[in-house]
Structure formats: structure tokens, C-alpha cells
Design a protein around this ligand. Structure first.
Ligand SMILES: Nc1ncnc2c1ncn2[C@@H]1O[C@H](COP(=O)(O)OP(=O)(O)O)[C@@H](O)[C@H]1O
Ligand SMILES: [Mg+2]
Length: 385
């Protein structure tokens, strides 16, 4: 898969057996294959609402299919595993657009929609392996938001008889899955909390004139301090007060949102490090607020299990740890690595499991997470001879 950060293709090789609720999944190998620069720029431009053509989208769909297939073949090669031994591919693709809530379209009707590129037929043909793609639309056709889908996997992996656990993934967008002790599926609460790394990355790209894609180990942001007035202003965004289920993306926290920060920074002469630190504080604060407002009333929190690229950001982790300490002193903060899934592999790992469920004809959306009317089988299967 490739997330909203569009940093590259994550490929996970997973050995899966059994069936829910007793499903066994072990990560065998993992790699992130970076996008070529031109591809990343095209994805970010189009996903950011930039001008494009039907031709560009059509070509990009096939190009990404080829790149995703290459990523799988590379992963196999590096680990000396014959692709013939891979039974099934689950490919999330690259999201270019996602609108979870219905809105009026062409004066015809109210619609929600989503578009992931990286065509699964191309992947299946290039690799010779059956491929499941387009996971989100079935859920949306059943009146769900099409996201988040990983909570189904979180539920399988993290459900505990006595502990309340929250899985937190910090990608471009940050999302949480809260699993109360001994939860039934309908008790799982999952939603996007707001920006994860998206605003941070955009600021770094701006200040480095595109030379840096992100603030490695928060070197720049750690040198700054948060700007309280700006932080308050950003926290006033209506998304944060909306009740879950809810999803967000570049549509809310993309270019325009970053532009507001930059404008404010210029007007009040705020240093770049302080703006970055404020963006980090916004991510941490909105995650913690979401836990307090929406999760705690429904579940105790004993463990917060962090994954995603943002889980490699020491400043974010420190802010989260300090905040959690203030309102849940007994709760511990861990990374998914402590559960056998490297931080950066979690999402790709999860889509392998979702594909496995589809292959076996089982529904794998959690209506409590997506808002769908019913459980549905996700995706489209491209078979090979
Ligand atoms: N060492 C690191 N220090 C700080 N941030 C990091 C580090 N490694 C990854 N990241 C952040 O994680 C992002 C990628 O996260 P990822 O989980 O792949 O997001 P997505 O699912 O949106 O693609 C990078 O753009 C960067 O912001
Ligand atoms: Mg990524």
C-alpha cells in the first residue's frame, strides 16, 4: 500500500492461517520502495486538488499498478522467495481522492466516493498472482465512509480479555481504534483524529523548497517551541469537534490548511522551527483530545499501541507520552513492534489480512468503524490463469 504521505510503496509478506476470531498472521518480510520523485510529485499535486486530465489519471493508474507489482517482486527477490509461493496480493493502491460523507453532485444526488490508483489487473498480470484491490467502495456502497478499514485487523490482533487497548496509526492522517476489554465487534470505536504527519511534511517541503520530504527524527521541530496562539486557532477547526465515526484527508488538512499556518507565521514573524513544533503539538494534542472526549467515555485505556511513520518521530512520541501521563497515568505507550509488527509495516500487513478475508468470502469491514449499514465483503478480485 501507499498512504496519504505518498512516500513510497509498503510491501509486506505475511503468512496467514485460520479464520476469525482465531486467525494467525506472521510478518515474513517487509520493504518500503520509494516512489520516483516525479511520481510522488504527481500524486501529491493531483491529490492536493491540482489541475489534471483524464489522460494523466488513466496513465498514472497503470503506472502505479506496475510500480506496485515491481515492489512485490523486489520484496520477493531480496528475501529469496519465489513469487510462485505467494498465493494472494492485497493492494490498497494510492488514494487520490476520498470523500467519506455524501455531498450533492451534479444536482443529481448526494454521493460519497473514493479513488485509489494502481490497477489490480495490472498487478495480477505482472506478478502472476491473484490480486484483491479497491477495498473501500463496497463499504461506501453500503452507506459507510469506506474508512477506516484497519480496525477489523486491530480487533483481531489486539483484543484482550481484561485490557482496554487503543491502536494509534500515525500516517499522513492519524487514526485510532479503541478496543474495550473483551469487546464484541460492534463495541470497537475507530476514527481519524486529524493530521498525523501531513502538515509537518508539507511545512518541511515548503521550507526546504522541496529538498527535504520530512523532518527526520524531528531535528528541526525539536529546536522550536509550540506557538500557543496559533495552536488554539488551528484547534478551532470544526473537524476536531465532530463526533465519530469520521474520516479526513488532504481535503481538510492539505494545502489550504498548511497555507493558513504559513500566512499566520509570516504575519507574526514565527520561526520555521516554531511552526514545525506547533504542527507536531497539533497532531499530539488532537490525538489526546480525541482519546479523552470520544474514547474514554466508552472504554478504559490501559495501552496505547503506536504504529505508522509518525511512530518514528521522537518529538511526537514524547508529546504523546507526556499528555497521556497527565490524564491516564497508569496507561502505557508501546509501539506495534512490541506486538511483532514493525511500526512502518502495520498498514501493509493489515491489507494482507483484509485480502485473505475477501478471498475466503468473508466480510471485513467493521460497521461500528465505517458507519456502514452492514458487514460487506471488501474489494475486487483479479484472477490469473
Ligand atoms: N525517522 C523519522 N522521523 C520523523 N518522521 C518520520 C520518520 N520516519 C517516518 N516519518 C514520518 O512518517 C511519514 C510516513 O508515514 P507513513 O506511515 O508511511 O504514512 P502514510 O501511511 O500516510 O504513507 C513520513 O512522511 C514522515 O513524516
Ligand atoms: Mg507511507
Amino acid at each position: 500500500m501507499s498512504g496519504t504521505s505518498a512516500d513510497g510503496i509498503d510491501a509486506a509478506l505475511v503468512r496467514i492461517s485460520g479464520r476469525p476470531p482465531v486467525l494467525t498472521a506472521r510478518l515474513q518480510a517487509f520493504a518500503t520502495v520509494p516512489y520516483p520523485r516525479t511520481v510522488r510529485e504527481a500524486v501529491l499535486r493531483i491529490a492536493g486538488g491540482g489541475a489534471t486530465t483524464a489522460e494523466e489519471i488513466s496513465q498514472l493508474n497503470v503506472l502505479l499498478g506496475e510500480l506496485f507489482a515491481d515492489a512485490l517482486l523486489q520484496l520477493c527477490k531480496r528475501n529469496r522467495i519465489s513469487p510462485r509461493r505467494v498465493r494472494l496480493i492485497g493492494s490498497h493502491g494510492q488514494t487520490l481522492f476520498h470523500q467519506g460523507a455524501p455531498a450533492q453532485f451534479l444536482n443529481a444526488r448526494r454521493l460519497a466516493s473514493t479513488l485509489q490508483l494502481g490497477d489490480p489487473s495490472v498487478i495480477a498480470q505482472r506478478t502472476g498472482i491473484a490480486t484483491v484491490g479497491d477495498f473501500r467502495l463496497a463499504d461506501m456502497a453500503a452507506a459507510g465512509q469506506g474508512a477506516p478499514l484497519v480496525p477489523f485487523v486491530d480487533y483481531l490482533l489486539y483484543r484482550h480479555p481484561r485490557l482496554g487497548r487503543v491502536a494509534l496509526n500515525i500516517g499522513g492522517i492519524a487514526n485510532v481504534t479503541a478496543i474495550p476489554p473483551a469487546a464484541r465487534p460492534e463495541q470497537v470505536l475507530a476514527f481519524d483524529t486529524g493530521p498525523g504527519n501531513m502538515v509537518l511534511d508539507a511545512l518541511v517541503r515548503h521550507f526546504s523548497r522541496g529538498r527535504q520530504q520530512f523532518d527526520r527524527d524531528a531535528r528541526l521541530a525539536s529546536a522550536g517551541s509550540p506557538c500557543p496562539a496559533l495552536l488554539e486557532k488551528l484547534l478551532a477547526h470544526p473537524y476536531f469537534k465532530q463526533r465519530p465515526p469520521k474520516t479526513c484527508g488532504r481535503e481538510q488538512f492539505g494545502r489550504e490548511f498548511t497555507q493558513r499556518i504559513l500566512t499566520w507565521g509570516r504575519r507574526h514573524r514565527v520561526a520555521c522551527a516554531d511552526l514545525l513544533c506547533t504542527a507536531a503539538a497539533l497532531t499530539a494534542r488532537t490525538i489526546l483530545d480525541a482519546l479523552r472526549r470520544y474514547v474514554l467515555p466508552r472504554s478504559p485505556i490501559h495501552q496505547l499501541i503506536v504504529s505508522g511513520g509518525g511512530a518514528q518521530n521522537p518529538l511526537l512520541l514524547e508529546m504523546l507520552r507526556a499528555g497521556l501521563q497527565r490524564f491516564r497515568p497508569a496507561a502505557t505507550l508501546q509501539t506495534s513492534a512490541q506486538f511483532g509488527i514493525p511500526r512502518d509495516a502495520k498498514e501493509a500487513f493489515s491489507f494482507a489480512i483484509l485480502a485473505y478475508e475477501t478471498w475466503h468470502g468473508r466480510a471485513a469491514n467493521l460497521p461500528s468503524a465505517t458507519g456502514a449499514k452492514r458487514p460487506v465483503i471488501l474489494g475486487k478480485i483479479c484472477l490469473v490463469e
